[in-house]
Ligand binder design. Structure first.
Ligand code: ZN
Ligand code: ZN
Ligand code: ZN
Length: 284
């Protein structure tokens, strides 16, 4: 066992976490694939893995959640971002519970499904804690003014959310969530690490100070938009370099545009690296 591996196991043990089940709810870029009005081979593909909704994952904590606090045991299902496609993602993947939401940043493709959280409020009869950095929280409050400053007549209701500003690692469901600062062009965004797993979407640079936070990560879901360079997303080649530097055992690329056909791209990727697809489930 490598020391990195040992330390990540030790972290997992300390956090009371036995395993994670990660479901890729959406693996597509902001337009989704197929893209409206496009007749390219990928948009017309009949391979279901070429159908990509807007980016999001669900992390389910399995095993013994440590701690005595009832809240710690209550959190089992963590949604990362509320994508434009949240409703259909939840239906397609049988998501029946969301105990907390982590936001990476406030671009439309990552937040425009926020209203669909109402259904989880109804089913769970509770508000849902949301975690984001200060800028993302400010943007959510502005872009969803009806949620945070609701009118007198609520109609079908508004999402019931409790807001928490991320200022460093925090505990959720008895496990440690480590925010990982990334750059998405010039925009600071957050990746998230839990145990030996990291989700790093919407980025094209990992700053020096964030690399130590990723030490010992064995499974990563990483932004890789397309082959050609882009000003705010890693290309496939850049993402492969990041995987090498991380020394991750398994890497799955996400936020994929219609330039990349699933089967043909996968066939060219190094071993241990593949494209994610909607509905992919990882056990970590
Ligand atoms: Zn995005
Ligand atoms: Zn297309
Ligand atoms: Zn973005």
């Amino acid at each position: 066992m490598s020391s990195a591996c040992a330390s990540s196991r030790r972290r997992a043990a300390e956090s009371g976490l036995l395993s994670l089940r990660v479901t890729v709810l959406g693996s597509g870029t902001s337009h989704g694939v197929p893209s409206i009005g496009c007749d390219c081979a990928v948009c017309r593909s009949t391979d279901p893995r070429d159908h990509r909704t807007r980016p999001s994952i669900l992390i389910e904590l399995e095993g013994a959640a440590g701690g005595d606090a009832p809240f710690a045991r209550a959190v089992r299902s963590i949604l990362v971002d509320t994508s434009t496609d949240l409703r259909m993602q939840a239906i397609t993947n049988g998501v029946r519970r969301v105990d907390a939401i982590l936001f990476t940043h406030s671009h439309a493709d990552h937040i425009f499904g926020l209203d669909d959280v109402r259904r989880f409020n109804q089913m769970q009869q509770t508000s849902i804690p949301c975690y984001a950095d200060a800028e993302t929280l400010a943007n959510l409050k502005r872009m969803f003014a009806y949620v945070f400053s609701p009118p007198a007549q609520k109609g079908g209701g508004v999402p019931q959310l409790s807001i928490f500003r991320i200022a460093g690692p925090f505990s959720l469901g008895g496990v440690e969530v480590v925010p990982v600062p990334l750059f998405h062009g010039r925009l600071p965004v957050l990746g998230f690490r839990i145990g030996s797993f990291a989700y790093l979407t919407d980025c094209n640079r990992i700053p020096d100070e964030s690399w130590p936070l990723l030490d010992g990560v064995r499974t990563v879901i990483l932004d890789a938009l397309r082959h050609r360079p882009h000003s705010t997303h890693f290309s496939v080649g850049e993402a492969i370099e990041v995987v090498g530097r991380l020394r991750a055992e398994r890497a799955y690329f996400t936020h994929i545009c219609h330039d990349l056909g699933h089967a043909e791209t996968n066939a060219q990727l190094p071993s241990g690296v593949e494209l994610a697809y909607d509905g992919l489930v990882l056990t970590i």
